[in-house]
Design a protein around this ligand. Structure first.
Ligand SMILES: Cc1cc2nc3c(=O)[nH]c(=O)nc-3n(C[C@H](O)[C@H](O)[C@H](O)COP(=O)(O)O)c2cc1C
Length: 217
C-alpha cells in the first residue's frame, strides 16, 4: 500500500513539473514576413520595448524555431553549427520562469521559477554598465555554448562556439525584422549569476542574448 502511495505521489510530482513546461504549438511556416533581402536591408537594433505586450505561445514557437529549430530533417537546425554538433543551447527568460528550448520536442522546459530577466541587465558584480530596458522585453533568448556537447573546450571549440552562437543570434535578428518584432543582439549579461541559477559548470558558457518583444511606439 505504502509503495502504491509513494508511486502515486511521485507520478503527481512529475506531472506537476511537466505541467509547467510549455508545449509549443507547431511553428507557423506560412506567416506573413518580409523576404530575406528586405529583412537584411532593414534590420536594426531596438532597445525600447513595450512592456505591456506579451508574446503568444505561437509567437514564442515561431521565434525559437527560427533561432535554432529543427529544419530539413530531424538532424538539422535552422542555424548551422560546426560539424553539426549543435552545441548552442537556447534559454528563454520570461516574467514567469526560465525555460530551455527543446527543439526536437518543440517544448520549453522549465529550468527555474520566477523572473530572472534582471540577470540580463548587467555583467554582474560591481560593473557600472546597466541596460535596464531588457526588463521591458517579454522574453530574452539566451544562447549558451555547451562544450560538453561540442566534445572539447580547446581554442578551436571556443572559436566555433562563438561563431555558432552568432548564427543563432542573427537568425533571431532577421526573423524579428521580417515579422515586425523588435530585438537587439547583446553580449551583456551576468554570466556567474546565470551559471548559478541554471547549475552550469565551466563547460557551459552564456555568450549572447536577444531580448525580444514589440517596439514601444
Ligand atoms: C557581439 C555583439 C554584442 C553586442 N552587445 C550589445 C550589448 O551588450 N548591448 C547593446 O545594447 N547592444 C549590443 N550589441 C548591438 C550593437 O551595438 C549593434 O548591433 C550595433 O550598434 C549596430 O547597430 P544595428 O544592430 O542597429 O545595425 C551587440 C552586437 C553584437 C554583434
Amino acid at each position: 500500500m505504502k509503495k502504491i502511495l509513494l508511486t502515486l505521489t511521485l507520478a503527481l510530482i512529475a506531472s506537476t513539473s511537466f505541467a509547467q513546461d510549455i508545449k509549443l504549438p507547431v511553428p507557423n511556416m506560412k506567416q506573413q514576413s518580409l523576404s530575406v533581402v528586405e529583412a537584411l536591408q532593414t534590420r536594426h537594433s531596438v532597445r525600447d520595448f513595450d512592456a505591456a505586450k506579451e508574446l503568444t505561445d505561437q509567437e514564442l514557437s515561431n521565434l525559437c524555431w527560427a533561432a535554432c529549430g529543427v529544419a530539413r530533417d530531424e538532424n538539422h537546425r535552422t542555424a548551422p553549427t560546426a560539424r553539426n554538433l549543435q552545441e548552442i543551447r537556447l534559454f528563454a527568460f520570461t516574467k514567469k520562469a526560465v525555460y530551455e528550448y527543446d527543439a526536437k520536442a518543440n517544448v520549453l522546459k522549465k529550468k527555474a521559477d520566477g523572473d530572472h530577466r534582471a540577470l540580463m541587465a548587467s555583467n554582474g558584480g560591481n560593473a557600472g554598465f546597466r541596460q535596464d530596458f531588457v526588463m521591458d522585453a517579454p522574453v530574452t533568448l539566451l544562447m549558451v555554448i555547451d562544450y560538453d556537447l561540442f566534445g572539447s573546450q580547446n581554442e578551436l571549440a571556443m572559436q566555433m562556439g562563438c561563431v555558432d552562437a552568432g548564427n543563432v543570434s542573427e537568425n533571431i535578428n532577421l526573423y524579428c525584422q521580417s515579422v515586425g518584432l523588435a530585438t537587439v543582439p547583446r553580449a551583456t549579461h551576468d554570466k556567474d549569476g546565470i551559471r548559478k541559477l541554471l547549475g552550469f559548470t565551466d563547460k557551459q558558457l552564456p555568450i549572447m542574448n536577444n531580448p525580444v518583444g514589440y517596439e514601444k511606439k
